[in-house]
Design a protein around this ligand. Structure first.
Ligand code: HDD
Length: 695
């Protein structure tokens, strides 16, 4: 592997170019062993006679089988299920005032990135749509080395000190005696841990909210969670928190839909990411930073080193500083998604740490885990992990070493090699740690300023709309309702009575626990509108619409709606009883999915085509009716043309003719020749869901 000796600069293609040297294409090639010997036969092992025993000398068989036997590596101990994509990041304006990080200086530079999205609790083969936090890890291949922003889609964490991480993870993973349940916190040990470690309260509010069931990786926020530092050229530091804001807005599934998707399409999120990139609908996320001056460290009623606290955006505004675009799918999931090794300790000059005790512990854990997962200390040489700038040091040997270091000298200081590789000064780009003054006794303690576990949990609750609150109550009732141990259930209810008495009462009623009498709920009245997804950006782009049609559908109507949807960046698909072509009055269209190969949970909206014959035959298909009623139940836009109305659920039928109510309910009538109909449909789809049906 050649390195660019001059390090002439990094551009959006630098990583792709580097990976190209490792790509292998088997098309048109002869089959060989790993030693390059051509293989003449690949279906029969070498035997002593066609019915005799297999011979040890069959080197092809032995090599093929041995390699297969060793194909698996340990899955990640958390975040095992993930999916990655390549792209680039561009800063909007120089950030010189705040940080010396080179990739944040020049708006014309495109820094290559690789992002891995993940769930946390489930195994590698678990479903995408489960209720869980999502990992959002970004590797920036900068000209000064790799910078990893290893975040989640939730801005706070369950615990305050890394020493509790193994306990937390043991509590939410499947229980050790029977390995159940998979990819779910809805079981005794998690809630037992929660109730006995009340610092979890705030993050639990998030995981019980719609944030834990995102509609798409492309529609969720990302957070660096910890407080980091920006350090500028003059050595001045500021505390900083990182945010990713999806350009399409932050949107979620509804829980019933998420659960059904886990069976109908366990790959829902990775498919969505893969397909959108294949179709050129590149996911985009803006990078934002919240900054606090060092002298304001103690100006807040929470400790800025406590990872269970966020900085309300209305208090500390998010400055948008750049944009990431994911524009290339990986070539090989194992080589890239599985072998990528992130680490919050991979920083570049200009970005530094804080004393957050959760972050401090993470700085140990990530390299340690790669050693077992990737089998040795040379995982940085794997193509996906290599920096795009040169790297030189005296670390030699170890399993799977690929670099061939020349010469006898592997130590510093030396005279035989002119002291090379030699340390760089700050001016030459050397990383200089921020000189924070630290003193104290060695104690196993937590600061008193970390003791408030409920104020921000309450702020989160205050910030939710009525619909979002209702979703949270249902999520709590589901999760705690699955707990077998009555004492644990009661402990959970008692714990959340410290957040909000109504919430605690609702959980208690749902799970058969006692409504706490002595309520000590948080007095916090603050709310943060930025936390409610009701206030997010809305866009119809990349939404998927199922068009339900059968022979005899109204061709001109469907054709004009399809064209309007496509030009708004929406993806329509014809769903019918059978694959093939269906005939309308005036033309044919191709059916791409059937009621067996798809389901309304896979779409954002549906449209029942007009046409008497089409509606009549759809009415005879039970799955077609279910398709519509499920879409209605999941608050999705439902459009219909003419006789398509006959498939609408009874509740929707009642409102027909009352155009005001219709649009509030997310029901759109497509009248032939009415140009505004498609526009209404597009606007309705952009709303994401129509909660008017809920109450
Ligand atoms: Fe972690 C993986 C995010 C706390 C230890 N973590 C991992 C991944 C993400 C996060 C996104 C998957 C990276 C990938 O896609 O490969 N972790 C977080 C966040 C945390 C956090 C946002 C809190 C703010 N993690 C945390 C703590 C520890 C770890 C406190 C241990 C002290 N995390 C790990 C790990 C993993 C990991 C065991 C498993 C696989 C890996 O690192 O590469 O080391």
């Amino acid at each position: 592997m050649k390195q660019d000796p001059q390090n002439k600069g990094v551009n959006a293609h630098s990583k792709d170019k580097q990976l190209e040297e490792f790509r292998m294409d088997n098309t048109g090639k002869k089959l060989t062993t790993n030693q390059g010997v051509k293989v003449s036969e690949d279906e029969h092992s070498l035997k002593a006679g066609s019915r005799g025993p297999t011979l040890m000398e069959d080197f092809h068989f032995r090599e093929k089988m041995t390699h297969f036997d060793h194909e698996r590596i340990p899955e990640r101990v958390v975040h095992a299920r993930g999916f990655g994509a390549h792209g680039y990041f561009q800063v909007y304006e120089p950030m010189t005032e705040y940080t010396r990080a080179k990739f944040l200086q020049d708006p014309s530079v495109k820094t290559p990135v690789f992002v891995r999205f993940s769930t946390v609790a489930g195994s590698r083969g678990s479903a995408d749509s489960v209720r869980d936090a999502r990992g959002f890890a970004t590797k920036f291949y900068t000209e000064e080395g790799n910078y990893d922003l290893v975040g989640n889609n939730i801005p706070v964490f369950f615990i305050q000190d890394a020493i509790k991480f193994p306990d937390l993870v043991h509590s939410f993973k499947p229980e050790p005696h029977n390995e159940m349940p998979q990819a779910s916190t809805a079981h005794d040990t998690f809630w037992d841990f929660a109730a006995n470690n009340t610092e979890t309260a705030h993050m639990i509010m998030w995981t019980m909210s719609d944030r834990a069931i995102p509609r798409s990786f492309r529609m969720m926020e990302g957070f660096g969670v910890h407080t980091f530092r920006f350090v500028n050229e003059l050595g001045k530091a500021r505390f900083v928190k990182f945010h990713w804001k999806p350009v399409l807005g932050t949107h979620s599934l509804v829980f019933d839909e998420a659960q059904k998707l886990a069976g109908k399409d366990p790959d829902f999120h990775r498919r969505d990411l893969w397909e959108s990139i294949e179709m050129g609908d590149y996911p985009e996320f803006e990078l934002g930073v919240q900054m606090i001056e060092e002298e304001d460290e103690f100006s807040f009623d929470f400790d800025i080193l406590d990872a269970t606290k966020l900085w309300p955006e209305e208090m500390v505004p998010v400055k948008i500083i750049g944009k990431m675009t994911l524009n290339r799918n990986q070539d090989n999931v194992f080589a890239e998604t599985e072998q990528v090794a992130f680490h919050p300790g991979h920083v570049v000059p200009g970005i530094d740490f804080s004393n957050d005790p959760l972050l401090q512990g993470r700085l140990f854990s990530y390299t340690d885990t790669q050693l077992i997962r990737l089998g040795g200390p040379n995982f940085h040489e794997l193509p996906i992990n290599r920096p795009v700038c040169p790297f030189h040091n005296n670390q030699y040997d170890g399993y799977h070493r690929m670099t061939i270091n020349k010469g006898p000298v592997a130590y510093h200081k030396n005279s035989m090699q002119n002291n090379d590789p030699s340390p760089a000064t700050a001016e030459e780009g050397g990383y200089v740690h921020y000189q924070e003054k630290v003193e104290g006794r060695k104690v196993r303690q937590r600061s008193d300023s970390f003791k408030d576990h409920y104020s921000q949990a309450k702020m989160f609750w205050n910030s939710m709309s009525e619909v979002e609150k209702q979703h949270m109550i249902e999520a709590f009732r589901f999760e705690v309702g699955k707990v077998q141990n009555k004492d644990v259930k009661q402990q959970v209810v008692d714990m959340f009575s410290n957040v909000d008495s109504f919430l605690a009462e609702q959980i208690a009623r749902g799970v058969g626990a006692k409504v706490p009498e002595a309520v000590n709920e948080s007095k916090v009245t603050l709310s943060s509108p930025a936390l409610s997804q009701m206030n997010t950006a809305k866009s119809p782009k990349t939404r998927k619409v199922a068009i339900l049609a059968e022979n005899g559908f109204s061709y001109s109507e469907v054709k004009s709606v399809m064209e309007a949807l496509k030009s708004a960046g929406i993806m329509p698909e014809i769903v019918s009883k059978n694959l093939g072509m269906i005939k309308g009055d005036g033309g044919e269209l191709e059916v791409v999915k059937t009621f067996l190969t798809s389901h309304s949970v896979m779409y954002d909206a549906i449209y029942i085509a007009g046409g008497k014959e089409s509606a009549e035959s759809l009415k005879k298909v039970p799955q077609a009716k279910e398709f519509v009623s499920e879409a209605y139940k999941h608050f999705k836009t439902i459009a219909f043309g003419g006789e398509g109305a006959e498939l609408l659920p009874a509740e929707a039928m009642d409102t027909l003719g009352q155009s005001q109510t219709l649009s509030e309910m997310g029901i759109v009538e497509i009248k032939s020749g009415d140009a505004s109909a498609s526009e209404n449909l597009i606007n309705s789809i952009a709303m994401h869901r129509h909660w008017g049906r809920a109450i």
